[in-house]
Write a protein that binds this ligand. Structure first.
Ligand SMILES: Nc1ncnc2c1ncn2[C@@H]1O[C@H](COP(=O)(O)OP(=O)(O)OP(=O)(O)O)[C@@H](O)[C@H]1O
Ligand SMILES: [Mg+2]
Length: 504
C-alpha cells in the first residue's frame, strides 16, 4: 500500500510527499543546528503518519508527550527498572500501541541505559510481533555518540548497541529508524550511514557540513547551501522523499511541544483500556524484583584513576553482582546463579527464545530462590548466555586465547556474541567449522541464509576470514587469535547437539 504523507511545500510550490512504506524500508536521518526545526519536523511526520503506522518516540526532553492527547500515544516514563522497561516494550510490540519513552529529568547515563534497554527489547520481540513501527529518536547523537563521553562504558555500549541494531538490522524486524541530530559529526558513523533518506536543515559548522555532503554524495561546495536555510526549511533527498535534492518547507503541526503548551486538552474518546493493556503487569511480573536504579553519583577523579589502574576483570564473570549478604559467600552466590542459568539453558526451547524473555525468567528464578544482592544486568546475562551457547569446555575456557576471544567478542553487538563465540571456540580448539544450521540455531533462527549473512558481517568487520579447503569445506580463520577451525561442511544437517558435541 502506497501512502504519501504531506510534509509541507517544496520550493517548486508542490506538496512535499513522504512515502511511508518506502520510509519503513529505508530509514531517515534529519540534521540541523539547534533551532533549525528538527523537532517540529519530527512532530509533523508523526502527526501525519499516526493513522498509518505504529510509532515509538525516544524523547530526551519529554517534548512529544503531547502526542498522547490527540493521537493516543502511551507515555512511558523512563525511570524504571530494566525488567519493567523490557516488559513494557515487549507489550508495546505485542499490542501494537504507539508510545513515547519520556526520558525527561533523567541524567544522561540513565537516559542512555533506559533508551538502550527499551529499544533492545523492541528489537528482541518475538517474530510473530514484527509489525512495522516507526522508531523516532530525537537528539540521536546522545544515544549513538561518535566518541565515548563522560558516561560509563556499560551505558554507552547498551545505548550504542541498541541504536546500531535499530539502524543496521531493525528493518527485518519491522523497526524503521527515524533519527534527528544537531551535530552530524557527533553521531556514530555506522548509525548515520544506514539511513537512505535525508532532511538536512540549517548547518553552520564545516565539519557537520562535510559529513552531510559525504552522506548525500554531494560535493562540498553544493553543501554550502545548508548554511543559508531558514528555520523550518530542509533539503530532502532519498527514495522516500525525492530523487534529487529538493528544498522543502515543513508545514504546521496540530500539537505543540510541551514546553510551550502548558494547557491540557480534554482527552478524546481514546480507547481507555489501552493503558491497562500496557501498564497492567501479568501475574508473573509481580514476582520480579523491583529495584529502582539509584542515580549515579559523580565519581571523584581518584576513583576513576584507581579503576583504570586495576586489572580488567575476567570477561564473562558476574562483575556487576553486588557483594552477597553475609550468610552466603561470593562463590556460593555465583554457584547459585550458575545453577539458575543452567536450568534455563536446559530447556530445549531456550535456543529460540529472545534473550530478553529468558532474562525475565532468570530474574523470577533469582527472586524465588532468594539469591541475595541485586540480580546481574541484562548485558551480563547475555554475555553468560553467549559463553554458554558457544559450547566452550572448561579447559579451553581457562586459556589465554579464549580470554582474547572474549575481548574480541566485545566488538560485536550483544546478540551476535553467542554465534561469534561458538565459531571462536571451534577455531581455538581446531574443531570442524560449524554448519549453517548450527550457526543459525546459535543465533535463535532457522534461516541458513541468515547464518551465512552473519559470517559475511563478521568478515566485513575484519574479525574473521572465511575460506575453503580443496574439497570445498568451509574454514573460518580468526587472525587476531592466530587460530582457525578445521574444515567443516557448511550444509551439514543439524545433529541437535552443541557445537562441541557435534564436532566430536
Ligand atoms: N516549519 C516551521 N513552522 C513554524 N515554526 C517552526 C517550524 N520549524 C520550527 N519552528 C519553530 O521554531 C522553534 C525551534 O524549532 P525546533 O524546536 O523544532 O528546533 P530543533 O531543531 O529541534 O532545535 P534543538 O536542536 O535545539 O532541539 C520552535 O518554537 C518551533 O515551533
Ligand atoms: Mg529539538
Amino acid at each position: 500500500m502506497k501512502v504519501g504523507i504531506d510534509m509541507g511545500t517544496t520550493s517548486e510550490g508542490t506538496s512535499a510527499s513522504l512515502d511511508i512504506e518506502e520510509l519503513l524500508a529505508t530509514r531517515l536521518l534529519v540534521q540541523g543546528n539547534s533551532g533549525s526545526g528538527k523537532s517540529h519536523l519530527l512532530r509533523r511526520l508523526l502527526e501525519q503518519s499516526a493513522p498509518w503506522v505504529q510509532q515509538c518516540i525516544i524523547d530526551p526532553e519529554g517534548d512529544f508527550v503531547t502526542l498522547a492527547d490527540k493521537f493516543g500515544h502511551v507515555v512511558v516514563e523512563g525511570e524504571r527498572t530494566d525488567a519493567e522497561l523490557i516488559g513494557i516494550a515487549t507489550r508495546i510490540r505485542q499490542h501494537r500501541v504507539s508510545c513515547v519513552l519520556s526520558l525527561e529529568g533523567l541524567d544522561i547515563e540513565q537516559q542512555m541505559r533506559s533508551a538502550g534497554v527499551f529499544l533492545n527489547a523492541m528489537f528482541d520481540a518475538d517474530r510473530e510481533y514484527w509489525y512495522p513501527v516507526l522508531v523516532v529518536v530525537d537528539e540521536a547523537q546522545m544515544f549513538a555518540p561518535s566518541v565515548g563521553g563522560d558516561v560509563s562504558e556499560e551505558a554507552r555500549k547498551v545505548s550504542l548497541g541498541a541504536m546500531t541494531n535499530l539502524m543496521c538490522r531493525g528493518r527485518k524486524r519491522g523497526l524503521a529508524g527515524v533519527i534527528a541530530t544537531q551535530r552530524l559529526a557527533k553521531l556514530a558513523k555506522n548509525v548515520a550511514a544506514e539511513a537512505s533518506n535525508f532532511l538536512m536543515g540549517r548547518t553552520f559548522l564545516d565539519i557537520d557540513m562535510q559529513r552531510a555532503a559525504d552522506l548525500l554524495g554531494m560535493d562540498r561546495r553544493t553543501a554550502e547551501m545548508f548554511r543559508d536555510l531558514k528555520r523550518g526549511s530542509f533539503v530532502a533527498l532519498g527514495p522516500a522523499l525525492s530523487r534529487r535534492p529538493l528544498k522543502v518547507t515543513i508545514g504546521s503541526v496540530e500539537t505543540s511541544a510541551r514546553s510551550t503548551s502548558p494547557k491540557l486538552m480534554p482527552l478524546p474518546e481514546a480507547p481507555q483500556d489501552v493503558e491497562d493493556l500496557i501498564f497492567t503487569p501479568d501475574p508473573e511480573e509481580l514476582s520480579r524484583p523491583v529495584v529502582r536504579r539509584p542515580a549515579p553519583q559523580p565519581r571523584p577523579a581518584s576513583d576513576i584513576l584507581a579503576e583504570l589502574s586495576r586489572p580488567r576483570p575476567e570477561a564473562g564473570a558476574l562483575v556487576e553482582a553486588k557483594p552477597a549478604q553475609p550468610e552466603i559467600s561470593a562463590e556460593e552466590r555465583e554457584a547459585m546463579l550458575d545453577g539458575l542459568f543452567a536450568e534455563i539453558l536446559a530447556n530445549p526451547e531456550a535456543a529460540l527464545r529472545p534473550d530478553a524473555e529468558l532474562y525475565q525468567d532468570f530474574l523470577v528464578r533469582c527472586r524465588i530462590r532468594r539469591v541475595p544482592g541485586s540480580a546481574p544486568s541484562l548485558s551480563v546475562f547475555r554475555r553468560k548466555m553467549a559463553v554458554a551457547r558457544s559450547g566452550v569446555d572448561a579447559e579451553t575456557a581457562a586459556t589465554e586465547t579464549w580470554a582474547s576471544a572474549l575481548r574480541l567478542a566485545d566488538r560485536v553487538t550483544e546478540d551476535l556474541q553467542g554465534v561469534f563465540l561458538m565459531m571462536a571456540q571451534a577455531a581455538v580448539r581446531g574443531l570442524p567449522c560449524p554448519s549453517d544450521t548450527m550457526i543459525a540455531r546459535a543465533y535463535g533462527t532457522h534461516s541458513a541464509r541468515r547464518a551465512r549473512r552473519l559470517l559475511g558481517y563478521f568478515e566485513e568487520q575484519g574479525l574473521i576470514v572465511v575460506h575453503a579447503d580443496f574439497s570445498g569445506k568451509r574454514i573460518v580463520a580468526f587472525p587476531d587469535l592466530g587460530a582457525e577451525t578445521a574444515p567443516g561442511d557448511a550444509n551439514a544437517q543439524d545433529t541437535g547437539m552443541s557445537g562441541r558435541a557435534a564436532a566430536e
